[in-house]
Design a protein around this ligand. Sequence first.
Ligand code: 2E4
Ligand code: SF4
Length: 336
Amino acid sequence: MNTTPPPQAQPVRPTRATKRVLLASPRGWCAGVDRAVAAVEKALELYGPPIYVRHEIVHNKYVVQTLERNGAIFVEQTQEVPEGSIVVFSAHGVAPIVHAQAAERKLATIDATCPLVTKVHKEAIRYANEDYDILLIGHEGHEEVIGTSGEAPDHITLVDGPADAANVEVRDESKVVWLSQTTLSVDETMETVDALKTRFPNLLSPPSDDICYATQNRQIAVKKLAEAAQLVIVVGSRNSSNSQRMVEAALAAGADTAYLVDFADEIDEAWLQGVTTVGLTSGASVPDVLVDSVLTWLAERGYTDVETVKTADESIAFSLPKELRRNLRTQPVDDL
Ligand code: 2E4
Ligand code: SF4
């Protein structure tokens, strides 16, 4: 007698939870953000409120709201800062004119520009001094692009994506270099560079990557999640360029859906319909406490199996802005 059960009668092997979360690593908070937020916190601790911050220190609602509660006042223009106050410049960097305006108002400044943004500023200054036309790939109106362009406005032309390459005009096709915003899509930037190279075969590339390590690592990680997840949730704010790019990268890498949320309560239950694997990550300006609350929200809906997907190690750290190593109340700015 044949005792082998028919295939359909095979017992279903007990599996791990059918609903799972793939958690990206690295994700969230990068070295430049850590430094910038710590600079505002340190200034509040040393000098007490109010501490003015020009532009959102980083593009994250939760970070801004938390610092505001602790006595930071966010403004968009240097002219909004009362004379003689302390002002922190955001991680995205500022144009030289902003430093001049601050000096005119006798402000004590703390420059929290990420050192990797400063590196791009220095490249812009160097190529402008060598009389290159600089094609700055970036998003029009973004704070970082405004700051970098301000270093050499007469030499810099903004190129906002591959389609824009067709419109670029230069003075001398043999002396052109491209630079970029630090938080762009790596893939789209390469498309833009290719489009520019068809027009300017002698186009020079930056001496090292302008798109920073954190942006690149987070895009690689979210693409990995997207290979297995039907839904990808990126925690980050709408005005965060790097966070937005992660949503695009997830969709391009095959996720059925990908959404950007600031907080867990913005997740729509309908997004989970038929989803067994959720990919979860966060932008470079996002503290992990926000990811934790999304994990809790998902666990409450049966997504209790959390697996970390690691694609890189990160150990980079930056020291605090130099201005915080002296007393801004008693030592003038030029004393360093
Ligand atoms: C400065 C440079 O540039 P983005 O909009 O992504 O900034 P965000 O504040 O979200 O991230 C931190 C940061 C700051 C990134 N690059
Ligand atoms: Fe600096 Fe990169 Fe972080 Fe921007 S994303 S603050 S450039 S480390």
